[in-house]
Design a protein. Structure first.
Length: 671
C-alpha cells in the first residue's frame, strides 16, 4: 500500500518523519479518494495505514480508524467532511477543511460547501483572502439572484457585519439602503467584474423613474469604478462632470486629487488640493496641509514652507496651527534658517494646543539656539501618551510620521542618560518607561529601566515599584534581578502578597496564563519553568534546549509551522526572550495536554521525554491511572521530573491559597 501511494516504503517513512500529522492527512485523504467511496475500501486502507505508520503517529491514525468504521455506507465526500469536522487533532481538522470544501464544490453542492468556505475565509489562514473571494463567487455568482444571495448572507450574520469581514463594505451599504440596482453594481464589483458594473451604472442613469439622489450615487460610483479599472482619464472626466452638481463638488475634487497622487503626478495633485482649499472652507487648512506634504515629498521644502505659512496666516485652528508651526520649524532647521526656526518653536512653546506640543516647542527652540547640550527638563510622563494620537488628516500620512519622530526626539532628550544631572525622580522615570513601552518604543523603555536598575533603589517600596514596572514592560529578567536579593535577604516576610507575586516562578504567571489560554492551569506552566531552568532566561542544555522552558529550536519551529502560538508567524530569532519562550513553550504544553486529554502526568512525561516515548509506554500498558503511570515511566529522570513539577505546582497553590479566597482569585486572573 505504501509503495503504491508514495513510490517506496522509504519515501513513505521519509514523508512521515518530515511531515508528522500532515503526512497522516495526506495519506488518509488518498485512502478515501482511491480506496472507493463505499464499502470496505476506506476501512482496509486505514487499517493498513495504522499498521505501517511510524509509532508516534499511531494514536492519531487510530482515531481515523474509529471514524471510518462509523462511516459505513457514506460517500467519500461525506467521509472527508466528517473528518474535517470531528477529528480530535486540530491540525488534521485544519488541513482537511479545504479538501472537504473543494469536494463539495466538485459535486456542485454549494449549500454544503458555503459554510466550510465561510469558515476558511474567517480563519486567519494565509490563504483566507482567497477563500473570501471564493465565497463571494460561489454565493453571489452561482445561479440565482446575486441580490438574494447577499441578502441571505447578511441576514444570517446581522451582528457581525459579515460583508465587512469579507472586505465588501460597499456591498453591505447598498444592501442596507435597499437600492436593488446599486446592490447589483456592488455585487459585480465584488466579483471583480468592473466593466460589467460600469456598464450597469450607465444603463441605470437617467431613467424615467430615476431618483435624483440615487442617480447621483450611481454616477459617483461609476466615476470611482472607472478609476479603479484603470480608465483614469475617463474617471476624472466623470468626476469633473459631477463637480457642477450641488453637494458633489467637494467629493469630486478630492477624488481627482487622490487619483493624481496615486499615479505619482505630484504637480496635478497639488493643484487639486489647492483647488479644494480655495473652494471649500471645510478643506481650507487640510487642503494646504496635504499640498505642503506633497511638495516636501518631491523635495521642494521652500514650497512646503510657503504653503504652511498660508495655512498659519489663514487662521488654522489650534491643533492644525500647532502642527503647522512644528513642521515649519523642522523644515527651516533642515534648510539652515535657525533664526526663523527658533521663532516658530518659541511661538509653539507659547501657543501649542497641547502640553506635549508646547514641550516640543521648548525643546526645538533650544536646539535652534545651539543649546542642545543643555536641554530643558521637560515633563516626561504624560507627553508620550499623546504622541500617537490618531489623526483624521488622512491626506498627510508622512507628516504624521514626522510629527511623531519630532515629538519623540524632543521628549527622549530627558531620558536617564542624564538623569543624575537633571535629578529626575524615580516615579517620574517609571511613568516615562511604561509610557514609552505603550507607544511601542520598547528599546528606549528598556534603556530607561536599566538606568533605574543602576540607581539601586534601597527602599523596599521603591524596589517593589521598579519590579512591578519591569513586569508590566515584560522585562522579567530585570524584575528578577531587582527583587530576588530582597526576597532572599532582609526585609521580606513570606505571606506579603505584593512580594510573593514576584517570586520565581510566580513572576511569570501573567504571561503563562495568557499563553496557555482557558482550561489549563497556569501554575503548571510556572512549575515547569522552575523545574526546567529555575527562572534563568539564558539557560542552555547540552542537547541545545534554551530559555525558561528549555525549548529545542526544532520544537519551536514545529509549533510555529502549525500555527499553535498566538502572535508567532515565523521562528523567532531569540528564543531566550522570556515572553517568546513562554508563548512557544506553553503552546507546546497546551498541545500535549490536548493530545493526552488533559492528563497532566502524560503531558509532563511527553514534555520531558518526548511524545513518542509516552505513546510507546501507553501502548505497552494502556489504561493506567496517574500514579501508576508515573511510577511506571521507564526513565528515572522522567519519573523524578513529573513528581518535581507537580510538587512545585502544589507549593505554589498553597502560597496563593494562603492569601484567602479574594486575594487568591485576584492573583489567578491578574493580567
Amino acid at each position: 500500500m505504501l509503495e503504491a501511494r508514495f513510490g517506496s516504503g522509504a519515501e513513505a517513512r521519509r514523508l512521515a518523519a518530515n511531515s508528522g500529522e500532515e503526512w497522516v492527512v495526506a495519506a488518509v485523504e488518498r485512502s478515501l479518494l482511491r480506496g472507493g467511496s463505499t464499502g470496505d475500501g476506506p476501512r482496509r486502507e486505514a487499517s493498513r495505514l495504522l499498521g505501517s505508520a511510524p509509532r508516534e503517529l499511531r494514536s492519531v491514525l487510530s482515531e481515523y480508524a474509529v471514524l471510518l468504521r462509523a462511516l459505513d455506507g457514506d460517500t467519500t465526500v461525506s467521509a472527508i467532511d466528517s473528518l474535517a469536522r470531528s477529528a480530535r487533532s486540530l491540525v488534521v481538522r485544519r488541513e482537511l477543511r479545504p479538501s472537504a470544501a473543494r469536494a463539495w464544490l466538485a459535486t456542485a453542492d454549494t449549500a454544503a460547501a458555503l459554510p466550510l468556505i465561510e469558515r476558511l475565509a474567517r480563519s486567519g489562514r494565509d490563504d483566507a483572502a482567497a477563500w473570501s473571494e471564493l465565497w463571494v463567487r460561489v454565493a453571489l455568482g452561482s445561479g440565482g439572484s446575486v441580490v438574494e444571495a447577499a441578502r441571505e448572507f447578511c441576514g444570517r450574520h446581522p451582528g457581525e457585519s459579515a460583508l465587512e469581514i469579507l472586505g465588501l463594505p460597499a456591498l453591505r451599504a447598498a444592501l442596507e439602503k435597499g437600492e436593488r440596482r446599486m446592490l447589483e453594481v456592488e455585487s459585480l464589483a465584488a466579483l471583480g467584474r468592473l466593466d460589467e458594473a460600469i456598464a450597469l451604472c450607465g444603463e441605470a442613469l437617467g431613467g424615467p423613474d430615476a431618483d435624483a439622489d440615487a442617480d447621483i450615487e450611481l454616477r459617483m460610483r461609476r466615476a470611482e469604478l472607472l478609476i479603479s479599472s484603470g480608465a483614469v482619464e475617463a474617471g476624472r472626466a466623470a468626476w469633473r462632470e459631477l463637480d457642477r452638481r450641488p453637494r458633489v463638488g467637494e467629493r469630486a475634487v478630492l477624488a481627482i486629487a487622490r487619483s493624481h497622487k496615486a499615479k505619482g503626478d505630484i504637480e496635478s495633485a497639488v493643484g487639486a488640493y489647492l483647488e479644494l482649499a480655495e473652494r471649500f472652507p471645510r478643506w481650507r487648512a487640510r487642503g494646504l496641509w496635504a499640498a505642503a506634504w506633497l511638495e516636501e515629498q518631491r523635495g521642494d521644502r521652500a514650497a512646503a514652507i510657503t504653503l504652511l505659512e498660508r495655512m498659519i496666516e489663514g487662521g488654522a485652528g489650534g491643533g492644525l496651527l500647532s502642527e503647522a508651526l512644528l513642521h515649519r520649524a523642522l523644515l527651516r532647521l533642515e534648510l539652515g534658517d535657525d533664526g526663523a526656526a527658533r521663532r516658530d518653536a518659541r511661538r509653539l512653546a507659547e501657543r501649542g494646543a497641547t502640553a506635549v506640543l508646547r514641550d516640543a516647542g521648548t525643546y526645538w527652540a533650544w536646539v535652534a539656539e545651539g543649546r542642545a547640550d543643555r536641554l530643558p527638563d521637560l515633563p516626561p510622563a504624560s507627553a508620550y501618551l499623546e504622541l500617537l494620537r490618531p489623526s483624521a488628516r488622512s491626506e498627510s500620512g508622512p507628516f504624521e510620521l514626522k510629527r511623531v519622530e519630532a515629538l519623540r526626539d524632543s521628549l527622549l532628550a530627558t531620558t536617564l542618560t542624564g538623569a543624575a544631572e537633571m535629578r529626575v525622580g524615580l516615579r517620574e522615570v517609571l511613568d516615562r518607561t511604561l509610557a514609552l513601552a505603550s507607544l511601542g518604543f520598547d528599546r528606549w523603555a528598556r534603556r530607561e529601566l536599566l538606568a533605574v536598575e543602576r540607581m539601586h533603589p534601597r527602599d523596599g517600596a521603591e524596589a517593589l515599584a521598579v519590579a512591578k514596572s519591569a513586569l508590566e514592560l515584560g522585562a522579567l529578567d530585570i524584575a528578577a534581578r531587582i527583587v530576588r536579593p530582597r526576597l532572599e535577604g532582609r526585609g521580606w516576610a513570606p505571606g506579603d502578597l505584593e512580594w510573593d507575586l514576584l517570586l520565581h516562578p510566580l513572576v511569570y504567571l501573567p504571561l503563562v496564563e495568557k499563553a496557555l489560554g482557558p482550561g489549563a492551569d497556569p501554575l503548571l506552566g510556572c512549575a515547569i519553568i522552575e523545574a526546567e531552568s529555575a527562572g534563568n532566561r539564558t539557560a542552555r542544555s547540552p542537547a541545545g534546549a534554551v530559555g525558561l522552558m528549555q525549548l529545542l529550536p526544532s520544537t519551536a519551529a514545529a509549533i510555529v509551522a502549525k500555527g499553535r502560538a498566538e502572535g508567532e508567524e515565523r521562528i523567532p530569532a531569540d528564543l531566550t526572550h522570556p515572553a517568546t519562550n513562554i508563548r512557544l513553550g506553553c503552546a507546546h504544553l497546551a498541545e500535549l495536554l490536548r493530545r493526552y486529554e488533559g492528563r497532566e502526568e502524560r503531558a509532563l512525561a511527553a514534555y520531558n521525554a518526548g511524545a513518542a516515548a509516552v505513546d510507546l509506554w501507553e501502548a505497552r500498558t494502556p489504561g493506567r491511572d496517574a500514579a501508576h503511570f508515573t511510577d511506571g515511566a521507564e526513565y528515572a529522570e522522567t519519573r523524578a521530573y513529573i513528581k518535581r513539577v507537580l510538587s512545585t505546582r502544589a507549593a505554589m497553590a498553597r502560597v496563593i491559597g494562603s492569601f484567602g479566597e479574594e486575594e487568591g482569585a485576584r492573583i489567578r486572573v491578574r493580567k
